[in-house]
Design a protein around this ligand. Structure first.
Ligand SMILES: Cc1cc2nc3c(=O)[nH]c(=O)nc-3n(C[C@H](O)[C@H](O)[C@H](O)COP(=O)(O)OP(=O)(O)OC[C@H]3O[C@@H](n4cnc5c(N)ncnc54)[C@H](O)[C@@H]3O)c2cc1C
Length: 464
């Protein structure tokens, strides 16, 4: 056993420090087939224990990788046998729900769905929602600045966090548990830990902003026959629904066909004959307004067909279409992407990506869907072959065209190891250098999730 592990056991107790098979038997991610490789996995119960663990690791120059629900999609929580993993799984308490201030105080290991349901019990809503809700943690959501299905209305995780507590690399506990919507007293330090993938500190607690539970919800699926109508339909519905539009999820025909054809169990509520389908949700809208908006869209030939969910069961069936992403695995090996670009660039961008792929491979499937209302597309691509070279070539087809249109290689999933080589497409040299400067200031020994997002971040690396 290494010195650092022995010291961690002495400080935290054996129960807090898993080693050997207890670590290696754990899956490395919910969609991964490999298991965790790390010299130890820590399971602290309190912020004080997280602080003690980080102080010890910092003194030993020991790398440490925070773990939430391991649902991340960019290899951001991956460990090597030389790392220590720090799981927040036992810091899973909802400490307080305040219906007057509409706030919730949570520990960072709380599962997203658990806190959504706790808010509902008070007729309130925590608006963040995504397919991984049953496994991802609020700490992971904060650290990735997760987006999801309702960004068009409520923003990303960043917009839902009022305050947080984080432990810095040297064990310092930074309590920034602000409870107010407005607080411009100096730097907003919590932003350092939102979307920075555990590279600047370990998030241990947070104050979340809750919203009133909507009194109604209209969910509908429509089909369209032209891309330009997608953008026009988005504008039309947003304008007609008076601010209640909360999801605008587009599925291209190949994705819709995949998720409505056996072995997928979903029925196709609209025939599979159209190039585009949109799942629209309005929260707090009046049903008549939704029906009028839809009728107008039909009269203006923006849409070709539509169904409106008549019950909660039907609403869930419509959402199941959008959430049935796992069926793309039938085309493995697959490559998944999460890109961001202006809606006005989308059609030409996709034509270019598909053109590049088809020029190179004979058997291309590009299952396309995403949060189009936020300018966010997901592509799941298979080209009939795998391996690192293929992956690199497919990534070039997807990422290179983003440079000319100032798109982003990561809309909502982060960078991790997977997108690190492409960060320069979306961020300037100056931006990346400033990121390194911040990293060195907060974590001079480079112990926190090292090697993720960018290289050259520790003082030692920079000097080398
Ligand atoms: C079916 C499915 C659907 C998804 N849909 C979406 C979607 O619509 N939108 C979206 O944005 N994402 C989506 N994701 C991706 C994923 O769920 C999010 O990135 C989520 O926020 C990760 O949370 P986690 O707890 O699993 O974090 P992990 O995967 O465990 O970790 C992610 C990163 O955060 C760091 N981290 C975790 N906890 C902490 C902490 N307490 N302190 C500091 N760093 C920490 C890790 O080191 C790592 O860098 C989806 C994933 C799945 C499986």
């Amino acid at each position: 056993m290494t010195d650092v592990v022995a010291e961690l056991i002495e400080a935290l107790g054996e129960d807090c420090v898993l080693t050997g098979e207890d670590v290696h038997n754990r899956q490395a991610g919910i969609w991964r087939s490999d298991t965790i490789q790390a010299k130890a996995l820590l399971r602290p119960r309190t912020t004080a224990e997280v602080s003690r663990a980080l102080a010890i690791c910092n003194a030993h120059g020991q790398s440490i990788v925070p773990h939430g629900g391991l649902t991340g999609l960019v290899e951001s929580a991956i460990t090597s046998p030389d790392d220590v993993a720090l799981s927040l799984e036992r810091m899973n308490r909802i400490e307080e729900i305040n219906p007057v201030d509409r706030t919730m105080v949570v520990q960072s290991g709380v599962i997203l769905q658990v806190l959504q349901e706790a808010a509902e019990e008070h007729d309130l809503m925590f608006p963040l929602d995504l397919g991984g809700r049953g496994s991802c943690t609020i700490g992971g959501n904060i650290s990735t600045n997760a987006g999801g299905n309702r960004v068009i209305r409520y923003g990303m995780t960043r917009d839902m966090v009022l305050g947080l507590e984080a432990v810095l690399a040297d064990g310092t506990v930074l309590s920034s548990m602000n409870q107010m919507i407005k607080n411009n007293a100096g730097y907003d330090l919590k932003q350092l830990f939102i979307g920075t993938e555990g590279s600047l500190g370990v998030v241990t607690r947070a104050v979340l902003r809750l919203r009133e539970q909507p009194t109604s919800r209209s969910t509908l699926l429509v089909s369209l026959d032209e891309f330009t109508n997608l953008a026009r339909f988005l504008k039309h519905m947003d304008a007609a629904l008076g601010g209640t539009l909360s999801a605008f999820e587009v599925m291209w025909n190949n994705f819709y066909t995949l998720v409505t054809t056996p072995p997928a169990e979903n029925q196709a509520p609209i025939p599979r004959d159209y190039p585009y389908y949109v799942l629209v949700e309005a929260m707090g809208s009046d049903d008549a307004a939704v029906e009028t908006a839809l009728a107008e869209a039909y009269e203006e030939s923006l849409i070709t067909d539509a169904v409106i969910a008549q019950s909660e069961a039907q609403r869930l069936q419509l959402w199941a279409l959008r959430d049935s992403v796992e069926h793309t695995a039938r085309y493995a090996p697959i490559y998944t992407f999460d890109v961001s670009l202006r809606v006005s660039h989308m059609e030409a961008y996709l034509a270019e990506v598909n053109g590049r792929l088809e020029a190179r491979y004979d058997d291309v499937n590009n299952f396309t869907f995403g949060h189009m209302g936020d300018g966010n597309l997901h592509l799941v691509i298979s080209v009939g072959q795998g391996g690192p070279e293929t992956r690199k070539a497919v990534e070039a087809c997807v990422y290179e065209p983003l440079a000319a249109i100032q798109g982003s290689v990561s809309a909502e999933h982060g960078v991790g190891l997977e997108k690190k080589p492409y960060l320069g497409i979306s961020r300037s040299e100056q931006e990346i250098e400033l990121m390194r400067t911040i990293k060195r200031a907060l974590d001079p020994n480079g112990i926190l999730n090292p090697g993720k997002i960018f290289d050259g971040a520790s003082v030692n690396e920079a000097a080398a």
